[in-house]
Design a protein around this ligand. Structure first.
Ligand code: IMP
Ligand code: MG
Length: 231
């Protein structure tokens, strides 16, 4: 992040009506953005993977995927919203003529345990004709499903099942995080960024009640926050 001069800001009093230079506004926005990240850091018990660690692992995963899909018709299916950052950073490291489609899925409904009841929300419904299970046209293509985290397995098992009905050539699963635990539904993963303990994590796209997605790193949320009522 560029360091912007604070000097112009210092010449303006609180009630000063003069126009502030643009640099001053940029300074204020940068200062408050890093302040927000610091505020959210206080809600974490500990950081698990910082930005350089995530990016190093993405380099390795992208190299492997690029190699294995070189001569194939790759369609990436991103499971939104949790995979947003992961997908954006991973795909920019894969120099193949791939297609990207998105599926929105909800299974947590604001809780920390999955309900097992997976709802498909058509992310691009108008393009595919609408309807609850409108699917992209992936017949004969090699699908790579990208998701943020594998927990109980309900979500990815359901996504895989529904995509199989679209008759692709092949389906593989790639997750950034996989929890080491007994799963309600077994899911075979082909690419895993990191294996983690069975703890609730946030950041880098992962949320708790739709918050913390914009943290640039991944950390374990403080346990007492998980138990607080939703505001
Ligand atoms: P599953 O259906 O239990 O495997 O959960 C899959 C979805 O639940 C993921 O795609 C995430 O959106 C969410 N999820 C599971 N574990 C966590 C977590 O530790 N933090 C945030 N979201 C999680
Ligand atoms: Mg989520």
């Amino acid at each position: 992040m560029p360091v912007l001069p604070l000097a112009p800001f210092l010449h303006f009093g609180r009630n000063d009506k003069r126009v502030r230079p643009a640099a001053t506004y940029r300074t204020l926005i940068c200062a408050s953005a890093s302040g927000l990240v610091i505020l959210m850091r206080g809600d974490l018990e500990r950081v698990l993977f910082d930005e350089p660690a995530i990016h190093r692992r993405l380099d390795e995963m992208a190299a492997q995927i690029s190699d294995e899909y070189r001569e194939r018709d790759l369609t990436v299916i991103a499971v939104l919203h949790g995979s947003l950052m992961f997908v954006a950073d991973l795909l920019r490291r894969i120099p193949l003529p791939l297609k990207l489609e998105c599926l929105s899925v909800a299974s947590y409904h604001g809780k920390v345990q999955t309900s097992g009841d997976v709802i498909f929300i058509p992310a691009t419904a108008s393009r595919f004709g609408g309807g609850q299970t409108a699917l992209p046209n992936v017949a004969g293509r090699d699908i790579l499903i990208l998701d943020d985290i594998l927990d109980s397995g309900h979500t990815l098992a359901a996504v895989r099942e529904i995509l199989e009905t679209a008759k692709p050539q092949s389906i593989r699963v790639c997750v950034l995080l996989s929890k080491k635990k007994q799963r309600a539904r077994e899911v075979d993963t082909d690419y895993v960024g990191f294996e983690i303990e069975d703890e609730f994590v946030v950041g880098y796209g992962l949320d708790f009640r739709e918050r913390y997605r914009n943290l640039p790193y991944i950390g374990v949320l403080r346990r007492e926050l998980l138990e607080q009522p939703d505001k």
